[in-house]
Design a binder for this molecule. Structure first.
Ligand code: DGL
Length: 285
């Protein structure tokens, strides 16, 4: 169903960038967006009531996200939305754009094209949730941009949850992490995997652990910077801003906020949000 455009009369100068993920993974993208858009206001939304997205049936997840955005767009009136989640982007981007044609959506999809351009061995692995690995979108990316490479898709069923635990300050079992990433490391005819695409926004939080326990050194490709650049270019297109898309000269702006659909992120998450300068936004219901 196509939705009506909300009343954006006093926009765009105060309109925030809305960053969305199933959990805290999108903070790895927010971190980069802030570097490039230091004067922007951000709203971070985590659908933690639905976490993890990796195991959801496609249709049910699609419906859930579209419904959620019906409310989020009306409430926050963002200038642009960044879907900082591969599992959601590879499923629902087209549907979101069709349902809300007045809004620009930047997606986060596996960085298969840059990996194919950079690999020297021709062996690339894509580390993602089981959902992202199953998506037709991901298989199309390989066919379109990496047909000359050997691309190994690795669906990790526990890593997003382990990343959440790690970032909460809990001890994680490195042997369990190693078990999840080991299928990424392929040796074939004297060649070895040299690039692993981090195709879940939770995984950059574990990058140091990955580097420490990896069977051999590889490039861990994090798409956050590319997403930030894409966001700026779309903002400039719609708002005609200068280089950095700087918008917020006044210091009387409201705080950046975070909304969690459960309504009750635990203490460790609230502390993390505070560290990111995000004020926890209580929602009713
Ligand atoms: N952060 C999400 C992504 O980029 C996945 C986490 C989940 O399984 O919900 O795919």
């Amino acid at each position: 169903m196509i939705k009506e455009q909300p009343d954006h009369d006093n926009l765009p100068d105060k309109a925030p960038v809305l960053v969305f993920d199933s959990g805290i993974g999108g903070l790895t993208v927010l971190r980069e967006l802030r570097v490039w858009l230091p004067d922007r206001r951000f709203v971070y939304v985590a659908d933690d009531a639905g976490f993890p997205y990796g195991d959801w049936e496609e249709e049910a997840l699609c419906d859930r996200i579209i419904k959620l955005f019906d409310r989020l767009l009306a409430e926050h009136k963002p200038a642009i939305v960044v879907i900082a989640c591969n599992t959601a982007s590879t499923l629902v981007l087209d549907d979101l754009r069709a349902a809300f044609p007045f809004m620009k959506f930047v997606g986060t999809v596996p960085a298969i094209k840059p990996a194919a351009e950079r690999t020297r061995s021709g062996l690339v692995s894509v580390l993602a949730t089981p959902g992202t690995v199953r998506r037709a979108y991901t298989h199309d990316l390989i066919q379109s941009f990496a047909s000359k490479c050997h691309v190994k898709l690795v669906g990790a069923n526990l890593l997003a949850t382990l990343a959440e635990a790690h970032i909460r300050g809990e001890r994680i079992d490195e042997a369990q992490v190693l078990e999840q990433i080991t299928p990424c490391f392929v040796e074939e005819d004297g060649r070895r995997t040299d690039i692993v695409v981090l195709a879940c926004t939770h995984y950059p939080f574990l990058a140091n652990v990955f580097r420490k326990i990896a069977p051999w050194p590889v490039d861990w490709l994090d798409p956050a910077e590319a997403i930030a650049r894409r966001t700026i270019s779309l903002l400039q297109e719609s708002e005609g801003q200068g280089e950095n898309g700087k918008m917020r000269e006044n210091s009387d702006h409201p705080h950046d906020v975070a909304e969690f659909t459960s309504g009750k992120p635990d203490f460790a998450i609230r502390r993390l949000l505070q560290g990111f300068g995000l004020q926890f936004d209580h929602i009713d219901g």
